[in-house]
Design a protein around this ligand. Sequence first.
Ligand code: IMP
Length: 170
Amino acid sequence: MEILFTQQELARRVTELARAIEADYQGKDLLLVGVLKGAVIFLADLMRHLSLPLAVDFMAVASYGAATKSSGVVRILKDLDTPLNARHVLLVEDIVDTGLTLRYLLDVLKARSPASLKTCVLLDKRERRQVEVPVDYCGFVIPDVFVVGYGLDYAENYRQLPYIAVFRAT
Ligand code: IMP
């Protein structure tokens, strides 16, 4: 598989993102919300570089399937344990593709009246976007290729790779 970002490149970029987040969230009650399962490795690395008081929580979502996917309706498999009112929420995602998942999650979380709501996305497949979503902190913009590793899977495989590679079915 062709490596798109090495372990070193990912580590460097994650550190840069953490510096930017740290600067913006000084003195704020920060809650990181990770989206399972893809964001787990990114979130774990990111939070270790954040010298701020913070809490972390997770959501798990599943798409309703091919037929309804274009509606952007996703099913919540696991909801947050924490109420959001008055907290500064940073939603952490592995990748944004069409934007439908992120759009849905942002709408759900916004309705719970957080003090602020922003997004941190490791990979942005910008040219595939179908709905506008704000990406406040972006690791890398990538072309329209299918990627695996560093949390991202193909049929639940390859999540453990320490780098990001382009997956091509042979
Ligand atoms: P969206 O709703 O189309 O933006 O899709 C976002 C979700 O699709 C991500 O959270 C991933 O689970 C999955 N996804 C999109 N592109 C890729 C990829 O290249 N590799 C692995 N998963 C992907």
